[in-house]
Structures are given as structure tokens and as C-alpha cells.
Design a protein around this ligand. Structure first.
Ligand code: 5GP
Length: 186
């Protein structure tokens, strides 16, 4: 059996990475997404172990010290990391694994795993991005402004990625990402 491959999917917060990944993993049995650990508080409807593993800063730092993450980074004041073991197990079982992570972590993964491919998701416009961030209604004005500022930095990192996909109509974006993954299979 061929081993699975890692796909890093990044893009500014609010761009709709999660929606694309959800549709993709629902459509393909052999493509899964890694569940990250974070120190941020759960948003309404988020489930521990499904959306994220919600950890205290102490638990997060302990896991990092024990080399339990493939990568980890601080983003807008919270820590995020990709737990190592579940990803390695999926790859061994021939499953392609999506890491839906921000750019600092994405670059760490692409350095560490030269065969990993990076896919950057772009919003159709900056205005549409702001609208989506506001539509979430789960963050303060200050948090939204911080995420928008971070988005500008993240967009400047697109050149470090192998592919980009514009998240216009959802079906098209899902088809574009699926196409990239299928074409990379041996
Ligand atoms: P949010 O707080 O909106 O769920 O996520 C904020 C950012 O952290 C998003 O860009 C998301 O992709 C990224 N992120 C989620 N999990 C991880 C992870 O394990 N590692 C890194 N580096 N970033 C992550």
C-alpha cells in the first residue's frame, strides 16, 4: 500500500478553509483532516476532540516539550499545534492527511516533509473576507481587526505554497482541491 501524503491548507482566518475541508473529507474516505490542539476557548458548537483538542497552556507546553507535535505556532495570542501520532498513523494506512493550519506552521511542515504539498486558499476579495469574519459574530471588534491584520500578513506568504485556490463557489473550490490531491497520487 502506498503511504498517504500531507497537504497543508492555509489561508487567512475566515476564508472558508474549514468548509472546503469538511466537504472534501465527506466526499473522500481516503482523505482526512488532522484534529489540532489549541489553547483558545471553544466557540459555540465546537466539540472537544472533534473541532480541536482544547488544552490549557500548561498542557499544550507539556505536549510540545514531549515532542508531541509535528508543528506548533502562536496565532493571535493562542497556541495551535498538530498532534504527531494520529497523523503518522493515518499516513501509514495510506490516508492523505490535510493539515488546516496557519502559515508559520505550514512552512514548518513543508520544511520538515519535502513531499508535503501546500495549498493556499484565497478569498474572492478582502471585503468578502471581512464580511465573513464579522458574520461569525463570535469575536470582539478588536479580535476581528487583529485577524484582518494577520490576514494581510498571511496573504503575503502565498509564494511559499505550491498551489492556490480561490474560494468562490464552494463546489468549485472543493473540486479544485480534490483535483490537486488526486493528481499527486502515484
Ligand atoms: P481558529 O481560531 O479560527 O480556529 O484558527 C486560527 C488559525 O489557526 C487558522 O488559520 C487555523 O487554520 C490555524 N490552526 C488551526 N490548527 C492549527 C495547528 O494545529 N497548527 C497551526 N500552526 N495552526 C493551526
Amino acid at each position: 500500500m502506498n503511504k498517504g501524503k500531507i497537504y497543508v491548507i492555509s489561508g487567512p482566518s475566515g476564508v472558508g478553509k474549514g468548509t472546503i475541508v469538511k466537504a472534501l473529507t465527506a466526499a473522500y474516505d481516503d482523505i482526512r483532516v488532522s484534529v489540532s490542539a489549541t489553547t483558545r476557548s471553544p466557540r459555540e458548537g465546537e466539540i472537544n476532540g472533534e473541532s480541536y483538542f482544547f488544552l490549557t497552556r500548561e498542557e499544550f507546553e507539556q505536549t510540545a516539550a514531549n515532542d508531541g507535535f509535528i508543528e506548533h505556532a502562536e496565532y493571535c495570542g493562542n497556541c495551535y499545534g498538530t498532534p504527531k501520532k494520529p497523523v503518522y498513523d493515518m499516513l501509514e494506512n495510506g490516508i492523505d492527511v490535510i493539515l488546516e493550519i496557519e502559515v508559520q506552521g505550514g512552512v514548518q511542515v513543508m520544511d520538515k516533509f519535502p513531499e508535503a504539498k501546500g495549498i493556499f486558499i484565497l478569498p474572492p476579495s478582502m471585503k468578502s473576507l471581512e464580511k465573513r469574519l464579522r458574520g461569525r459574530q463570535s469575536e470582539t471588534e478588536e479580535a476581528i481587526m487583529r485577524r484582518l491584520e494577520t490576514a494581510r500578513y498571511e496573504l503575503s506568504q502565498i509564494g511559499k505554497y505550491d498551489y492556490f485556490v480561490v474560494n468562490g463557489p464552494l463546489e468549485q473550490a472543493v473540486a479544485d482541491v480534490a483535483d490537486i490531491i488526486i493528481k499527486n497520487r502515484d
